[in-house]
Design a protein around this ligand. Sequence first.
Ligand code: FAD
Length: 458
Amino acid sequence: MGDKFILEKPRKTPVTENVDVFVAGGGPSGVMAAIAAARLGCSVVLAESKAYFGGAATMGLPIQGYYNQDNQRIVAGLAEEFRQHLIKKNGASKEFIQCTMHNPFLIVDPEKVKLVCAEMLKQAGVRFLLHTQVVDTIVEDGVIQAVLLEGKSGREAVVAKQYIDCTGDADLAARSGVPFSIGSEKDGTTQASTLNFRMDSVDIQVLVRALFDNPKRYDLHHLLPREQFRGGGHHIMVGLGNLIEEAKSEGFMTDAWSFVNYITQLDENAVSINSVHVKNKNACDTRDLTFIEVEARNLVQEMAQFLKLYVPGFENSRLTFTAGWSGIRETRRVHGEKTITADDILAGNRPQDTIALGGYPIDIHSSNENGLVFQKVPTYGISYGCLVPLQCNNLLVAGRSISATHEAMASTRLMAQCMAMGEAAGTAAFICVENGCFTRDVDVSKLRSILDFHGACL
Ligand SMILES: Cc1cc2nc3c(=O)[nH]c(=O)nc-3n(C[C@H](O)[C@H](O)[C@H](O)COP(=O)(O)OP(=O)(O)OC[C@H]3O[C@@H](n4cnc5c(N)ncnc54)[C@H](O)[C@@H]3O)c2cc1C
């Protein structure tokens, strides 16, 4: 930022909505938070900065976190309803796809995700705004009085009793003075970001054959058993590090991840690629974010070209889609009443105020190593306290930016788990509205019993 400032004119901002609950961000956590609060009778406004709902679920990624490593279901409730809606629209795999490395996962059609999110929000009676960004808040004595939004109509204010930050970046919390951290506690690095893209006309069976015919050349991540590919059904592939090294030694690739990571899509012969890494940038800095987007597009072209030239089955493939924006794995993590750590996760702790379960590996796309830290974990509980930020009495945070350490967030951030946290946050906001209490004073046994009644796994 420059060292010169201008003073803006004081302005009169219209209050356009006065509601029980305001939700910032319409990704997996925000959609579920808004629906949960609205179904319990709250008036709810949701503001989303992009042109559609679904957040990172619209990027061609599989939804993970519904299951633990022992094949036990750990997320249900609204996230299950969402899955059923997708299936009805042919927008998700009918069954979970088995995977010993990533736990069973769901393949979704990004376009159907956008539709189903909007439909479920409408049905629940949520009032929503697209192309509308949370830009500021007005806080008095630790209580948010209003949130300021910018959209095509200019600036407006929404007044609510309770606020839920599901922006993934904790934008609303940060603007309300909530303390936060970014990056690893050890060295400050954040996880790399990735622009996902889709390749069509891939002959996946050719690659699967090559994996068996020449396992030395076509290597897989050590946690991914080759047998899993037999039969050629849906899969996630992480591997081909040897080919990338070869391409690099031939001067082909300037930068890339050390593995190819793709997910087969619902359409035959299509894969979504989750491989290019832009490292060591702060995605909450406008200039860094601009760099990330431009750099990622170059890397996508490079990776698509690499796949066509080096990987069997990709010879005739075409790049047909890039996600609407770069996927950001890590930015702000708020400081909350409680903070979940890797030790909590590895010990399988299930605190008394557990409002959602996690069981996905600690999955760090590292910025300072050219690879992946991937550690299996038992089922663990996410505390309500991790959703309650410090210094702000009527705010909850759900999804990627809850109060967690760098390592713990690498497990809690998976989409099914974010949906479960969103449902819990929306339900807790309802309790606050009903009882006129601050978020930290919520009766957690009541919260848990409502979640349980609605089918959540606790
Ligand atoms: C590259 C990548 C690969 C991943 N792979 C997987 C995977 O395979 N499976 C899986 O389950 N998870 C995966 N994840 C993790 C998962 O996608 C995210 O952690 C999860 O989507 C977080 O959910 P969320 O609701 O917190 O945030 P998001 O999905 O990021 O949604 C946040 C929403 O808030 C909106 N928003 C942001 N700021 C504002 C603002 N100021 N005002 C209004 N709206 C705002 C955004 O536009 C967005 O729609 C991946 C993530 C990335 C980045």
